[in-house]
Design a protein around this ligand. Structure first.
Ligand code: ZN
Length: 364
């Protein structure tokens, strides 16, 4: 049973398997829900099941078609993902898809396009896609995968059968971290609880310095260090992160596919620079929210643990002994300061200042 590989998504998987069993395969499926909960895996299992020669309502994983899919060599299963520094799915890509669907599948019953991060199709691309999505010229299934369904045009969404994915259970994420990634169980438990049921987020927590930095700030403030100095130290860290992100984006694939600005100024390099800046700004914004979230999780844990004494209800479970509140500290006020910081970041206030002010509120 290959659908059973997708964990904690019983409702979604029941829907997909009933589509296969009844043979009522729509031309478009929209798999949506949080990042890192198994949508892409489900899309791939669906692609296998649609062409499986065993016809049992699921992929058998052993027939020729399934084996080709697993090895990445099935000629009728195509993956489409955002490309270029701006990470977009552009008109040219969609036009290629449209052209391909003019021909019958090579060997499968249906050709399947799995469109990852479908929300990264820009509006022009989505408009080019509409007609094929509604009425492909040959047997085709489009599986659109997204965590931002609202970024898709209503006309695209309405042409797809919608399949919603929810968060994973904390236990599932922790178990995957330990078994698949060899993460220490105590750290895996905390990362899973902090991930809000998203495997990708848990992995990011385990692999990045983010949580370590947040815990260090908290420790320094508890030791009575000057919030101003802690703020400066933290700003330097944020700059380092930004430099690393910028380098990664610049080293990313080039934007050959993105030639769709009408007119002359498309290829003069300016656009490339703007794309890099926009991508870096977006990732930094996300980084800062994740940091604030980790601070929130910590002070929320302190309150929960002080009120209930129940270790199973806290997220930072690898640091239970540090969760005891300092006598006289007002944790409700600290949580309020965190809400304010979030708001200020949303309003694009200077992040260095926002964090420094926050550290003054968190000190003491
Ligand atoms: Zn099979």
């Amino acid at each position: 049973m290959s659908f059973s590989r997708v964990q904690d998504q019983a409702v979604a998987m029941r829907l997909l398997s009933s589509i296969i069993r009844k043979g009522r395969i729509p031309s478009g499926l929209l798999l949506w829900g949080p990042d890192g909960v198994g949508k892409r895996l489900a899309a791939f299992e669906m692609a296998k099941a649609v062409n499986c020669l065993d016809l049992q309502g699921d992929a058998c994983d052993t027939c020729l078609s399934c084996r080709k899919a697993i090895s990445g060599n099935h000629p009728d299963i195509k993956m489409v993902a955002p490309a270029g520094k701006a990470r977009l799915i552009v008109v040219k890509t969609v036009d290629d898809i449209n052209e391909t669907t003019a021909f019958r599948p090579f060997e499968g019953r249906r050709r399947i396009f799995i469109i990852e991060e479908a929300d990264r199709m820009n509006e022009a691309a989505q408009n080019h896609f509409l007609k094929t999505l509604e009425e492909p010229a040959s047997p085709t299934l489009f599986v659109l995968v997204t965590s931002h369904p609202r970024a898709l045009l209503p006309t695209v969404r309405s042409r797809c059968q919608s399949v919603r994915f929810g968060s994973l259970r904390v236990e599932t994420v922790a178990d995957l971290l330990v078994r698949q990634r060899g993460v220490d169980p105590a750290i895996a438990g905390a990362a899973a609880a902090l991930s809000q049921g998203q495997m990708s987020r848990a992995l990011d927590l385990v692999e990045s310095d983010r949580r370590k930095m947040v815990l260090e700030v908290i420790d320094r403030l508890r030791r009575g260090e000057d919030p101003l100095l802690v703020g400066e130290w933290f700003s330097a860290y944020l700059q380092k992160v930004e430099a690393a992100i910028t380098a990664a984006v610049k080293a990313g694939p080039d934007t050959d596919d993105d030639t769709e600005t009408s007119g002359e100024e498309s290829r003069d390099g300016r656009r490339g620079k703007e794309e890099v800046e926009a991508e870096v700004a977006g990732r930094m914004r996300k980084e800062r929210y994740e940091l604030v979230y980790l601070f929130q999780a910590w002070y929320r844990d302190v309150l929960v643990y002080a009120t209930t004494g129940d270790a199973s209800r806290v997220m930072n479970r690898d640091r239970i002994s540090d969760l005891t509140p300092a006598p006289g500290a007002n944790h409700a006020a600290k949580l309020e300061a965190l809400d304010t910081a979030w708001l200020y970041l949303e309003r694009n206030l200077n992040p260095g200042r926002v964090f420094r002010d926050l550290f003054f509120a968190l000190a003491g």
